[in-house]
Ligand binder design. Sequence first.
Ligand SMILES: O=C(O)CCC(=O)C(=O)O
Length: 280
Amino acid sequence: MLKSLTQEQVEHFRKYGYVAPIRVMSEQITLELCKRLEDFEYSSSPLKKKALNVKSHLLFSWLNELVHSDKVVNAVDNLYGKNLLVWASSFFIKNGNDPAYVSWHQDSTYWGLSKPDVVTAWVALSESNKSNGAMQVVPGMHLLDQIPHRDTFNENNLFTRGQKVAVDVDESQAVSLELEPGEMSLHHVRIVHGSPPNTSPNRRIGYAIRYIPTYVRQLEGDDSATLVRGVDTYKTFEHEPRPTQDLDPAFVALHQQIGERNLNILYKGAAQTAAASGRR
Ligand SMILES: O=C(O)CCC(=O)C(=O)O
């Protein structure tokens, strides 16, 4: 096993459901990635919204490199072993003075995955701190089972269905995961987490990469994932190819197909669909 996390960090993750900060790239490289992202955001591409919300690593070779990068994958390997898939990835962007927020939730709620062995690497492409709406977690809540959620579909909620845990969250226990550009946090799929609006003039940009060991299955239908390390003897996910250039038309078509299938899983049983709510 390639060591990345210390034993203390692994134990911290198991006990509290998160670990941060972990440096995965230099500030200089982070700035370069940020520039690529912003060039795309300011372009006239009709894909803009969907490309950033759903599996962006299938559209951009530089993001595909990031989801494969040793710095990120070694840390995930230390938690879940050497056979790893990326199941999803998406940007969470809050502009300066943006009312956008993420309600308290557990990621596991609508993902349809067979086990809670799922970890998110949330990579900061900007600083992320209390004033620009850093993610907050409630330590130890990942040890609970799945908690019931209700959908809010609030217009400022960045998350799929605006899902919110249907229990009271003791916000005094929450910890802000403050990160410098190029650092990441890791959080467990069952930890209760969310994030407040950005009350600062500075943009907050995070890229959330969802990793699963190959033994995790999708229970809600056919699904695909990208093998980033080891071998997949289970083969329950179709394996996604690796783009070598940005916005390759073949990958744009594949991304569209995969994105639509994925929405059927994420919106199963919801009162509104993705198209109606216009969200990820
Ligand atoms: O970026 C945020 O504020 C929330 C992200 C989140 O909920 C997640 O990555 O699971």
